[in-house]
Structures are given as structure tokens and as C-alpha cells.
Design a protein around this ligand. Structure first.
Ligand code: ZN
Length: 240
């Protein structure tokens, strides 16, 4: 702990010195902020192998169906073709399990018809977690994304829950639309994808964190999570 605090102070000092040196390009500075951020992260050594530019997203797509979160699918259960995809439980509603910190996505066919359908990475990113959290969670994949805003480089975590299959592992760099897994049921529900976009401030939170289990209210959820569809819609194309 003491070592970590000392190291943080040292890196903060270096960072401030870095900020004062005006020869430092913006690019170098953002790289350094990313470095600082990642030293607090267990994957620091791995992430440092990548330049910040090579990890920047060029936009976000929806996690199921076509890039727009629509389009038909052929059910693996009955072989029939169904029309499209939909959000069955919206973001931030208060329902039987508390405040819903994400969106539930499913096919428009019968409720089991989407079992085993592909789930895609919404953007380029680094896999932070990919393992079985057991019922009712099932397999969870978390991907960290870096993206440019008008003033800085920001980060969000996309979280894909109740997956049946997982095709990625921790530290993989994935691209937009890579198939990372398939829709499952977590051993507890009808098949669906519970999908969250967590704000960067949440990168130290447990993968299976559920706000209502820690008495977090709706205001807290809105401060710590993005509304998934709203966020994706706003960031379809990012020009780096
Ligand atoms: Zn859900």
C-alpha cells in the first residue's frame, strides 16, 4: 500500500513537471495521462506496449444484430428467421432487481430464439475481464475503450453479461464488431444480453458490481453509467 502511494506521488510529481514543460506535445501529455491511469490498473505493463493512438476508437456500434442493432437473425433453436433486435429492459428503470444499470437486448422472435447469437465488441478496446461469474451472471466480458472528445481522451468500459460462449481473453485487443461471445441465460434467466457502458471512473469496480446491492440510487447510477443506446448513438463515428 505504502509503495503504491509513494509511487502515485512520484508519478504525480513527474506528471506535473511534464505539464509545466511546454515543449511537451499534447500527444505526449495525453499518453502520459494514460500511463498514469494505467499504473493504477493491474494491466499497466501490458497496456504500455501499445501507443495511445493505436488504441483509439473510430466509433461505436451496437452489441447485437447489425452495426445499427437491427437486422434479421436465424435462430439456432428452431432454424427460423426472425426480424430484428430490441431493448427489452431499458436503462435506469427501477425494476424487480433494483435500478437497471444497463440495457437488456434480445431478438424479436420467441424468447429463446436468440440463444447463441453473436455478441460483438462495440468498438476497438482492450479486454479487461473475460470469465465465468456463475449463476445468475454467467460469463462476463469487459472491454475498455479509449476515445477522443473535443477536449481530451476519455474512456468507457463496455460490459457484456450472461454470455453463453466467450471468444476472447484478458488483455486481448479487439476491434469494432469482433465477435466476443454469444447470448446466454446466465443459468438463471431467459436468454438475453445484459449490456452496460460504465464510465471511466468505474474501472476499479468489480466486474459483477450491481449498484442496488450497495444501496446506490438512480442518481448514482446516472453519474457512473452511460445510457448504452444513447452513448452509442452519439458516438457512431469518431474522427481521430
Ligand atoms: Zn439486465
Amino acid at each position: 500500500m505504502i509503495v503504491r502511494v509513494l509511487f502515485s506521488l512520484l508519478t504525480l510529481g513527474l506528471f506535473l513537471a511534464c505539464c509545466q514543460s511546454h515543449e511537451t506535445s499534447d500527444k505526449k501529455e495525453t499518453a502520459y495521462i494514460f500511463y498514469l491511469d494505467s499504473v493504477l490498473n493491474s494491466q499497466a505493463n501490458y497496456l504500455r506496449k501499445y501507443s495511445i493512438d493505436s488504441l483509439l476508437c473510430d466509433g461505436f456500434d451496437y452489441p447485437v444484430g447489425n452495426p445499427d442493432g437491427k437486422g434479421p437473425y436465424n435462430s439456432l433453436l428452431d432454424g427460423k428467421k426472425y426480424d430484428s433486435w430490441q431493448v427489452t429492459v431499458p436503462f435506469a428503470i427501477n425494476y424487480s432487481l433494483g435500478i437497471h444499470p444497463g440495457e437488456d437486448w434480445g431478438g424479436t422472435g420467441p424468447s429463446d430464439s436468440d440463444l447463441g447469437q453473436p455478441v460483438y465488441s462495440i468498438a476497438k478496446g482492450v479486454v479487461m475481464d473475460a470469465r465465468d461469474y456463475y449463476s445468475p451472471w454467467g460469463n462476463i466480458v469487459t472491454i475498455r475503450h479509449l476515445y477522443k472528445t473535443s477536449s481530451k481522451i476519455d474512456t468507457v468500459l463496455s460490459v457484456y453479461i450472461h454470455l453463453k460462449d466467450v471468444f476472447v481473453k484478458i488483455n486481448d485487443v479487439v476491434n469494432r464488431r469482433d465477435t466476443i461471445g454469444t447470448i446466454g441465460d446466465g443459468g438463471a434467466y431467459r436468454p438475453h444480453l445484459h449490456f452496460e457502458i460504465r464510465k471511466g471512473v468505474m474501472h476499479d469496480f468489480m466486474t459483477d458490481f450491481w449498484p442496488s446491492s450497495y444501496d446506490k440510487d438512480k442518481k448514482w447510477v446516472l453519474q457512473h453509467y452511460e445510457s448504452p443506446s444513447k452513448f452509442i448513438k452519439k458516438h457512431r463515428e469518431i474522427f481521430n
